[in-house]
Design a protein around this ligand. Structure first.
Ligand code: ADP
Ligand code: MG
Length: 259
């Protein structure tokens, strides 16, 4: 059965400067419903700035953001139906894991009983059922990041933004978390926008990848198309040449077509 996907997010002509320095230049892209889109680029290329504009923590100088056909460029962050997970999960250290997940719900006028039920279900979904009464510091880095993800998903966002959410974790935890992210996306039907500077991570997870070069879009395409038709020297150099060192996993991913 072929799925007919709708445009979930339409971003048009976003520009942002700090003083004289242009951080984002005329960024346009669409995100399809239930798509896993990665934004890939080196440190300082504008990834976090773009996410902050999408979620409404920052206003663009130019351009607009539409979600489900509605202009949300100036909508309040909590009215956008989006959630964000940061690299340094920012859990409340003085609250139990369960309370961390419940907390946001209480601000959204959810009753105490319902908040407790939803938080418990969410902890179960991320594999932390047994850890609800612990304090965050008693958990491993990977578990803490799962609490941060649970805390975001419990509000039922239909788009989740992830800003290098697993780059601080050790290698084996990173690999395990990748699989879990995909499972959660399937289970909750969310659209995901995933920021990373790691080429291999972007290729392993994404339906499409948007490659940023100093605040401009170099290419937005499927991993296969980027490999077969790199848009320019930058994509060839920053993305594909760096992937060469990890060519084994790439070969597995595209089914042995890499040479
Ligand atoms: N509030 C700010 N004021 C001035 N410059 C900023 C601010 N935030 C980010 N920048 C600059 O904008 C550029 C892009 O930053 P950022 O979006 O954080 O990149 P990335 O997330 O890709 O590492 C960097 O050069 C950074 O120094
Ligand atoms: Mg960043």
């Amino acid at each position: 059965m072929e799925l007919r996907l709708r445009k979930k997010l339409v971003v048009s002509g976003i520009s942002k400067s700090y003083g004289n320095s242009a951080v984002l230049q005329n960024i346009s892209f669409d995100v399809m419903e239930r798509e896993f889109l990665s934004i890939l680029g080196p440190s300082g290329c504008g990834k976090t700035t773009l996410l902050r504009i999408l979620i409404g923590l920052l206003e663009p100088d130019k351009g607009r953001v539409q979600k489900d056909g509605t202009d949300i460029t100036r909508a309040r962050p909590d009215r956008r139906g989006m959630g964000i997970v940061f690299q340094n999960y920012a859990l409340f250290e003085n609250m139990s894991v369960l309370r961390n997940v419940e907390y946001a719900l209480r601000f959204h006028n959810v009753s105490k009983t319902e908040a407790r039920e939803r938080a418990e279900r969410m902890l179960d979904a991320v594999g932390l059922k047994e850890h609800g009464q612990k304090m965050p510091r008693a958990l491993s880095g990977g578990q803490q990041q799962r609490v941060a993800i649970a805390r975001t998903l419990v509000l039922n966002p239909d788009i989740v933004l992830l800003d290098e959410p697993i780059s601080a974790l050790d290698v084996s935890t990173r690999l395990a978390m990748r699989g879990e992210l995909k499972n959660l996306q399937n289970a909750f039907g969310t659209t995901m926008i995933y920021v990373t500077h790691d080429q291999e991570e972007a290729f392993a997870l994404s339906d499409r990848i948007m490659i940023l070069d100093q605040g401009s879009v170099s290419q937005i395409d499927t991993p296969e198309r980027i490999v077969s038709h790199p848009a320019n020297e930058y994509v060839q150099g920053f993305v594909l040449d760096n992937l060469q060192s990890k060519v084994d996993s790439l070969t597995r991913y595209i089914g042995g077509k890499a040479t």
